[in-house]
Design a protein around this ligand. Structure first.
Ligand code: SF4
Ligand code: ZN
Ligand code: ZN
Length: 327
């Protein structure tokens, strides 16, 4: 197999595009795809301040790398979830990446800020770790972006993530989620714009870029991911992709192009009214936001379980640690 650009021996094949590349031209192609996505959807505009959510996994570090290569100054944001060694290694990897490149990083430790780690929160509420974790991550991203003056939050969702989410939403006809899904969600009512510059790139393409660009990322998955429905959807789509290359891309892109506009027109109540939470002041749809409700429930149980002192009271303000750029 030869590189589609220079004819040298190819190292990566992009089957769904019928193309193959040598290492150098693969990296060029990949960064070019990210640039096109950003431009096509006007993800980043003049005067924007950019926050990139970094877990320490390949997707988020590749995103941070490509944004830097494209000349965007992006501050990293890592949430320390407190999931044992997995979380410790995630923080180490993220810090090492930022330090090596002299990038600014913000870190919020969930336990230091709110009193309980993600596993303790799950224990106290009796809910699966992922449900509380997802809520806390969304809350922190919105809140830290607003408090620190960032106009855009970028996340590393790739084509496999987005196609799996779409399949999940379609399977359950979650119309409110279907209307909102997409590579760019405009800013509204104090919420920063949300963008996914890697949304058209497959997971294996992101992994190939990470390898060829020499990015040291965390390979291990969160222990709570085992059995997640998203993995089942990815597996189903992966099998379709093997038989019919390009399926994931067509499934996602044609939905966004042809079906979502119809949904947006025709679904009553697609635009929900946003207001400020009475307790924490964050943007929400109800009087008290889901994050405050979750933690208030968790606190009352955690006090009984002895995880927190009797007089502990939930404080919704995150403590942000700033790791300064050094390079
Ligand atoms: S798998 Fe679940 S608990 Fe682990 S990081 Fe993801 S959402 Fe959080
Ligand atoms: Zn080449
Ligand atoms: Zn609140």
């Amino acid at each position: 197999m030869k590189c589609s650009v220079c004819g040298a021996r190819a190292q990566v094949e992009v089957r769904r595009r019928n193309q193959a590349f040598c290492a150098e031209h693969y990296r060029e192609w990949f960064v070019g795809e990210v640039r096109r996505n950003i431009r096509r959807h006007r993800m980043i505009r003049d005067g924007d301040r950019l926050l990139v959510a970094v877990s320490g996994g390949k997707d988020s570090l590749v995103l941070w790398d490509t944004l830097e290569r494209l000349g965007y100054a992006a501050t990293g944001f890592h949430i320390q979830l407190g999931i044992g060694d997995y979380s410790r290694r995630a923080l180490q990897t993220t810090r090492a990446f930022a330090a090596k490149r002299g990038l600014e990083l913000l870190v919020v430790d969930v336990r230091e800020s709110f009193g309980l780690s993600v596993p303790q929160l799950a224990h106290a509420t009796g809910r699966a770790a992922c449900s509380g974790c997802g809520l806390v991550k969304r809350y922190l991203m919105n809140r830290v972006a607003e408090e620190e003056g960032f106009s855009v939050v970028a996340t590393g969702h790739n084509l496999d993530d987005e196609a799996a989410t779409l399949l999940g939403n379609v399977t359950h006809w979650q119309t409110d989620a279907l209307v909102r899904q997409g590579p760019m969600l405009e800013a509204r009512a104090g919420l920063a714009r949300r963008v996914k510059p890697l949304y058209s790139l497959a997971e294996r393409e992101v992994a190939a870029y990470a390898f060829l660009a020499g990015i040291a990322y965390q390979h291990e998955e969160c222990p709570h991911a085992v059995g997640a429905k998203s993995l089942l959807y990815k597996d189903v789509l992966g099998r379709l992709e093997t038989r019919m290359p390009g399926t994931k891309q067509v499934f996602l892109e044609q939905y966004l192009k042809k079906i979502q506009p119809v949904f947006k027109e025709g679904l009553p109540g697609a635009e929900v009214e946003l207001r400020r939470c009475e307790r924490c002041g964050s943007v929400t749809t109800s009087r008290v936001c889901a994050h405050c409700k979750l933690w208030e429930r968790a606190y009352s149980r955690a006090r009984k379980l002895g995880l927190l002192p009797e007089d502990a009271r939930f404080d919704p303000r995150p403590r942000v640690e700033r790791v300064k750029a050094s390079g």
